[in-house]
Write a protein that binds this ligand. Structure first.
Ligand SMILES: Cc1cc2nc3c(=O)[nH]c(=O)nc-3n(C[C@H](O)[C@H](O)[C@H](O)COP(=O)(O)OP(=O)(O)OC[C@H]3O[C@@H](n4cnc5c(N)ncnc54)[C@H](O)[C@@H]3O)c2cc1C
Length: 385
């Protein structure tokens, strides 16, 4: 067992971890970035879009600007002793740190149902998942996407554009309605249907049938949908395994509980990205946990500055983007699941519009479809708290 000392230790070499490492490196600080994946840090959004479609290469997903950052891949951090400020790596090596960042991200929520182990059933989180789904999709004809949120809709769009017949099975009445409401959801459904995607709404999956490979998806109402490929997008769970083991406070939303400066309950330990549940100044101080790429990057940067002693609140307005093949692009600022009225600007019929989500007269979020152009105004309204 070897012991060494670093000024700043980052656990998790995803978006938040990479952004934090870059910021610390730019400040001339000594930083060690430790991740358990085989690959260097990469962007996940292409996994359900360009990488799956075959229009983007694996290398194009890699993070830029990490030159000079010491990176350990294929290495898990097994334990943090927050009192002694030490971390134990899988190799049993011990790292003494001055400050640490937990950027451990999230894990897919797996469905533990009859037939879940059959071939042809996929989840998407890591680069390798997109590659194996793409290979498997080559000979597939009928795809069922489980879940009507981003992953289900994006994958259905990408695979339909590749000539597959896709059905989305979802608990909701309309796709994407949890984030954007029923009105925008109906618009996205119309768009997907116009390209041939089919929907089975307000239904849950009971299991999968087949001998070795999946042949059908079984629904709770007794129906069975033929499928030779299944992609499950049933949400993610924050990866708090290490945090819990290290005695850090876990929040009501299941993430690592942080204050507005992204500081956890332990001295010198911060969190950022999908795992971070923070008291958000742009949400009136409520604790929120957000699963978006840009948000993870911005939080990584804020956390890094605070590891250097800035003591800064994370005030960036959360931003999200998504593409449904080349049929539509959407952007969103806000990140609040609560609103009581909606205002549409532009034309839903023409496919360029925005939806403003309001609570009283307060703007809580803005969805911009196909570049309607309202994001900057939305961001200003959201930041004015
Ligand atoms: C298929 C897909 C498509 C997406 N599309 C979009 C999109 O279009 N727009 C958008 O805004 N967002 C999108 N997202 C979400 C976005 O990618 C995430 O919000 C973002 O990756 C979160 O970054 P993170 O650094 O918090 O976590 P991650 O990127 O998950 O990184 C966490 C890393 O920590 C590692 N780790 C965990 N525990 C340990 C440990 N103990 N030791 C060492 N390493 C550890 C994990 O292996 C992982 O590599 C998408 C996500 C997926 C999966």
């Amino acid at each position: 067992m070897a012991t060494r000392r670093v000024e700043h230790l980052i656990v998790g070499a995803g978006t938040a971890g990479a952004a934090a490492a870059r910021t610390l490196r730019d400040a001339g600080a000594d930083v060690l970035l430790v991740g358990r994946e085989l690959d260097p840090p990469y962007h996940r959004p292409p996994i359900s879009k360009g990488l799956l479609a075959g229009t983007e290469s694996r290398e194009s997903t890699f993070f830029d600007g990490l030159e000079g950052v010491e990176l350990l891949t294929r290495t898990s951090v097994m334990a943090l002793d927050t009192a002694a400020r030490t971390a134990t790596l899988q190799s049993k090596d011990e790292i003494e740190y001055g400050s640490a960042l937990l950027a451990t991200g999230a894990m897919v929520r797996r469905l533990n149902l009859d037939g879940s182990q059959l071939d042809g059933i996929h989840y998407l989180r890591a680069l390798g998942n997109a590659e194996s789904l793409r290979r498997d999709a080559e000979s597939a004809e009928r795809v069922v996407c489980v879940g009507g949120s981003y992953i289900g809709c994006e994958v259905a769009a990408t695979l339909t554009a590749l000539g597959k017949r896709c059905t989305i099975v979802m608990l909701e009445a309309e796709p994407l309605e949890r984030g954007f409401g029923a009105r925008a959801g109906r618009w996205f459904r119309g768009l997907l249907e116009s390209h041939g995607v089919e929907f089975v709404e307000e239904s849950s999956v009971n299991g999968f049938a087949g001998s070795e490979r999946v042949e059908s998806v079984l629904l709770d109402d007794g129906r069975s949908l033929p499928a030779d490929l299944v992609v499950i997008g049933a949400g993610v769970l924050p990866d708090v395994m290490l945090a819990r083991k290290s005695g850090l406070e876990i929040g009501d939303l299941g993430g690592v509980r942080c204050d507005a400066t992204l500081r956890t309950s332990a001295e010198g330990v911060y969190a950022a990205g999908d795992v971070c549940e923070y008291a958000s100044p742009v949400h009136d101080g409520r604790h929120v946990r957000i699963e978006h790429e840009d948000h993870a990057e911005r939080q990584g940067e804020t956390a890094a500055r605070n590891m250097l002693g800035a003591g800064e609140e994370h005030r960036a307005v959360p931003y999200f983007f998504s593409d449904l093949a080349d049929w539509a692009s959407l952007e969103y600022v806000g990140g609040s699941a609560e609103w009581d009225s909606e205002r549409v600007e532009g034309s839903m019929e023409d496919g360029r519009f925005s939806v403003w989500y309001l609570e009283g007269d307060r703007v809580r979020g803005v969805l911009d479809v196909n570049g309607h152009g309202d994001l900057a105004r939305g961001r200003e309204a959201l930041a004015a708290v």
